[in-house]
Design a protein around this ligand. Structure first.
Ligand code: PLP
Length: 416
């Protein structure tokens, strides 16, 4: 470890020479250059692409961007975000299902910024942050960069449902070991499985948090809603939100909301952390500590996305256009996911319980070996700890239909 760095300080971190996903993605691009796009499957990209592999950008959002004045995007925004954005982003996040409680929104650079600052303000140095065993790998980096680490519960039980018992057990264990607990639930349309917690799952989560809250220790439930508008009907997938009002005072809910996918503004780095607190004092504290941390990490967030969302929510017709356009692409995405799961069933390929979203995962014993074998067949997928991840967001429906048989054949060749 000591001689791993030349001048840099390791500070206990494991820093790979090359980001695994970018490495695979670069090899996929090279294969496409050499053999043509039709011959290659690049299922590594976490962005919605059309069937030709081009990034989808909502036209309605792009039009708003082109109508902005220079100061609209070039000026500094206040640390916590411009006032119309702070209001609009709550409407965007909660839709018709705003939970009761005291709410405050603080602008962040994407959902990532929300995750970082909620962890830094609601856990202590050295704490473990709880999330599911299948999870977005950067949670480890985000927590590790600020001296925390990730602990996991088992996401699925033997009936392929949400493992509420494991959730309860691991949260209770961590609360015994530390003075506070941050829990991240990425739902709906979880990355990397595509699972969405059902209303019954939510009842169980809330019941167990109410139980844990009797310890009197602060608990923060951080809902990573990066894919909330790509799961299905916007209203239906927000029905769980009012349930959060049942949580007691020492459980703070925060939604990490992102404009990256929902408004196809990935590179504009815009999102918000939105709290749902039981008292005004807790909400005010949230705003104060999160703005303070923002100042010390990225200062203010980019104004561009904040302006775009504010304009969209000022104009009901424009909002309807954005929603309609997104719904069209969401249907395309859902069709791809359905094609993949149907073909997996036909090919006898076991996948994790999938509901919707950008990704589907295939559990396997040696994900790195499977991913290498698939590369030989010009199929590029991301190996995770527990399986391999397929981005249906970046692969055409036709390829989604073909892929499961190819993966199954590779697994058979490897004797998996
Ligand atoms: C599960 C999950 N959470 C959060 C994010 C944050 O994205 P961003 O910071 O671009 O908003 C992503 C992006 O890929 C994600 O997959």
């Amino acid at each position: 470890m000591a001689d791993e760095f030349i001048l840099a300080r390791g500070n206990g971190r494991t820093i790979p020479q090359e980001d695994k996903i970018f490495g695979i993605s670069n090899r996929a691009k090279a294969a496409i250059r050499e053999k043509g796009a039709d011959a290659v499957v690049n299922g590594t990209i976490g962005a919605l692409l059309d069937d030709e592999g081009k990034l989808i950008v909502l036209e309605s959002v792009d039009e708003v961007f082109h109508q902005l004045s220079k100061t609209d995007y070039a000026e500094y925004a206040p640390i916590g975000g411009i006032a119309p954005f702070r209001e609009a982003v709550q409407k965007a996040a909660f839709g018709n299902h705003a939970p009761e409680g005291f709410k405050e929104a603080v602008a962040t650079p994407g959902g990532t910024g929300s995750l970082r600052n909620v962890i830094s303000n609601y856990s202590s140095f050295g704490d473990r942050v709880l999330t599911s065993d299948w999870h977005w790998a950067p949670y480890n980096t985000i927590a590790g960069e600020i001296g925390r680490s990730i602990a996991t519960f088992t996401l699925f039980d033997e009936n392929r449902g949400f493992n509420a018992a494991s959730f309860a057990e691991e949260s209770a264990r961590l609360l015994q070991e530390q003075e506070s607990l941050v829990i991240i639930l990425n739902t709906p349309a979880h990355n990397p499985t595509g699972y969405s917690l059902t209303l019954e799952d939510w009842d169980k989560v809330i019941a167990s948090l109410c139980e844990e809250a009797k310890s009197g220790k602060p608990i923060t439930l951080l809902i990573d809603a990066a894919y909330i508008d790509f799961a299905g009907d916007e209203d239906e997938y927000r029905e769980f939100l009012p349930k959060l009002s049942a949580l007691p005072e020492n459980v703070l809910c925060v939604m990490a909301y992102s404009l990256s996918k929902t408004y196809t503004l990935y590179g504009a780095r815009c999102g918000a952390m939105i709290c749902i607190a039981k008292t005004q004092a807790i909400a005010d504290e949230f705003k104060r500590v999160c703005e303070f941390s923002s100042r010390g990490s990225w200062s203010n967030s980019a104004k561009l996305g904040q302006m775009i969302l504010s304009r969209v929510y000022e104009d009901p017709q424009l909002l309807a256009r954005v929603d309609e356009e997104r719904a069209m692409y969401r249907n395309m995405l859902i069709a791809r996911g359905t094609a993949f799961s149907e073909a997996a069933a036909k090919a006898g390929l076991a996948i994790v319980p999938f509901d919707a979203g950008f990704f589907v995962s295939v559990p396997c014993a040696d994900p790195d070996a499977l991913s290498r074998k698939l590369e030989e067949k010009d199929v590029f997928l991301v190996p995770l700890k527990l399986g391999i991840r397929v981005s249906v967001a970046s692969v055409s429906e036709e390829k989604c239909r073909r892929l499961p048989a190819i993966i199954k054949a590779a697994m058979d060749e490897l004797g998996m």
